[in-house]
Design a binder for this molecule. Structure first.
Ligand code: SF4
Length: 383
C-alpha cells in the first residue's frame, strides 16, 4: 500500500531471524503455525496447544510446553524464539500505572504502558520505533523515525504485560495502539498483531476492546473499516480547521480535515460504531470558544466521543496546556450540541508515560508540567 504521507514506508510484519537462524514465534499467524505443525508431520491440534502455551498460559520457554512430544519441543527450540524483546526497565507512578521499556533484538527500545482499573487492564502499545510525522507535542515524533515494529514485537508488549498481571489473577482486557509510532503506517504488522491478540485459543481479546489511534490517514481508515476485526478507531484531531491543526500536526498540511472526516464517516457507517476524537488542548492555540464551535460544526452528525486532553510536558516543545477552566469552557458548546465529551484523566505523566511522552531509550525524566494542574478529576473514561 502506498503511504498517504509521502513518507517512505516499510512493511515489517515478520522480523529477521536471529544469529542462529531462529524466527520469533510471535510473528507467526495462527495459519502459519498450523502450516508449520503440518510440515512437522504432527496432528493439527498441536498448533492449538502451542498457541495456548504461548498466549494463554504465557510461558516464556518451549520446555514448559509439557503436553507436547519431546520432538516437537526440540523442533520449536531449533527454529523459533518465544518473543524477541526484553523488559529493560519498569517504572510505576503513584496510581500504579506501569511503564515498561522494552529492548529489541537490534538494541532499539520502545515503551509500553500498563494501566490497571477495577474493570480490567489496558496495555498501551507502540507500533514503531520513533515516528516520522513529527507532531509538535509528541516526544516520539521529535525523536524521528527509526523503523517499524514487527508483529512479534508488538504482540510481545501485550504478552509481557499479561505475564506481569497473571500472578494477581488479572488479565489484559484492553489494548490501545497509542504508544510510539503511527499504527496505520505499519499497517500489515499491526493488523497481524490484532489477529494474534484476538485469536480465541490465546489472549482472546475482544476486538471491540482494541483501539487503533491514528493521526488520521484517510485511505488507511477506509481500508481498516473493511478488515475482519471490528476494532475501535480514535482519531487525533487537535484542531477544528486545517491551519490550526497544522500547528500541532504538520501532516495536516498534506491531508485536509475534509478528507479525514469523510473517512471517519465511512468507518462509523461501515462499523456501526462511534469514533473517538482526541483533542490535545494547547493554550492560546486551539482552545478558544470559537475553536469549540468550529469543532461542533466539523464533527456534527458523526457518532463520536471527544476526549479533551491536557497537553503534557515534552522536552523541546514550547507549547503549554490549557487550564482546566479553559477546558471546561471549551466543553460547553460540545455538550450543548449533545456530543459526548470527556476531559481525560492524564495518567503516567510523572513517569513520562502520558500521552505524547513516550520516546524509548531517549527517555529522560519528563519536564515539569507548566500551567495545567497535575491531576485532572476523572469524569468517566474512553470506552
Ligand atoms: S502523535 Fe502519533 S503520529 Fe504524531 S508524532 Fe507522535 S506518534 Fe507520531
Amino acid at each position: 500500500m502506498e503511504a498517504e504521507t509521502g513518507i517512505a514506508e516499510t512493511s515489517a510484519g515478520e522480523g529477521a531471524p536471529d544469529s542462529e537462524g531462529r524466527r520469533d514465534l510471535l510473528d507467526l499467524s495462527r495459519t502459519d503455525l498450523d502450516a508449520w505443525v503440518e510440515a512437522q508431520g504432527e496432528r493439527p491440534f498441536r498448533a492449538r496447544q502451542i498457541w495456548s502455551w504461548a498466549y494463554h498460559h504465557l510461558v516464556s520457554d518451549f520446555a514448559s510446553m509439557t503436553n507436547l512430544p519431546a520432538g516437537v519441543r526440540q523442533a520449536l527450540v531449533s527454529e523459533f524464539t518465544l518473543g524477541s524483546t526484553q523488559v529493560e526497565a519498569t517504572s510505576t507512578d503513584t496510581d500504579g500505572n506501569r511503564k515498561q521499556v522494552l529492548r529489541l533484538s537490534d538494541g532499539e527500545t520502545v515503551e509500553a504502558v500498563v494501566m490497571e482499573e477495577p474493570y480490567g487492564s489496558t496495555v498501551c502499545v507502540s507500533s514503531q520505533v520513533g515516528c516520522a510525522l513529527g507532531c509538535a507535542m509528541c516526544a516520539t515524533g521529535r525523536a524521528g523515525f527509526v523503523r517499524d515494529l514487527t508483529t512479534g514485537e508488538i504482540v510481545h508488549q501485550v504478552v509481557d504485560a499479561a505475564r506481569t498481571l497473571a500472578p494477581r489473577g488479572r488479565r489484559v482486557t484492553n489494548v490501545v495502539f497509542m504508544g510510539m509510532g503511527e499504527p496505520l503506517l505499519n499497517y500489515e504488522a499491526v493488523l497481524q498483531a490484532i489477529a494474534n491478540l484476538t485469536e480465541p485459543a490465546g489472549l482472546a481479546i475482544n476486538p471491540q476492546h482494541i483501539t487503533v489511534s491514528t493521526i488520521g490517514l484517510p485511505e488507511r481508515i477506509v481500508a481498516l473499516a473493511g478488515e475482519p476485526y471490528a476494532v475501535r478507531l480514535a482519531v487525533s484531531l487537535h484542531g477544528a480547521d486545517d491551519e490550526t491543526r497544522a500547528v500541532l500536526v504538520p501532516y495536516a498540511r498534506q491531508v485536509s480535515l475534509e478528507r479525514l472526516l469523510a473517512a471517519c464517516r465511512t468507518y462509523a457507517r461501515v462499523r456501526g460504531t462511534r469514533i473517538t476524537f482526541e483533542y490535545v488542548m494547547a493554550a492560546g492555540v486551539n482552545d478558544s470558544p470559537d475553536h469549540a464551535r468550529r469543532l461542533v460544526s466539523l464533527i456534527g452528525g458523526i457518532p463520536s466521543h471527544v476526549n479533551l486532553i491536557p497537553l503534557n510536558p515534552v522536552t523541546g516543545c514550547d507549547l503549554s496546556s490549557s487550564s482546566l477552566a479553559v477546558m471546561e469552557r471549551f466543553r460547553e458548546p460540545l455538550t450543548k450540541a449533545r456530543i459526548p465529551v470527556t476531559i481525560r484523566f492524564s495518567r503516567g505523566v510523572d513517569i513520562g508515560a502520558g500521552c505524547g511522552q513516550l520516546r524509548g531509550a531517549r527517555s529522560g525524566p519528563p519536564p515539569e508540567r507548566g500551567g495545567a494542574p497535575r491531576r485532572y478529576p476523572r469524569r468517566g473514561r474512553e470506552s
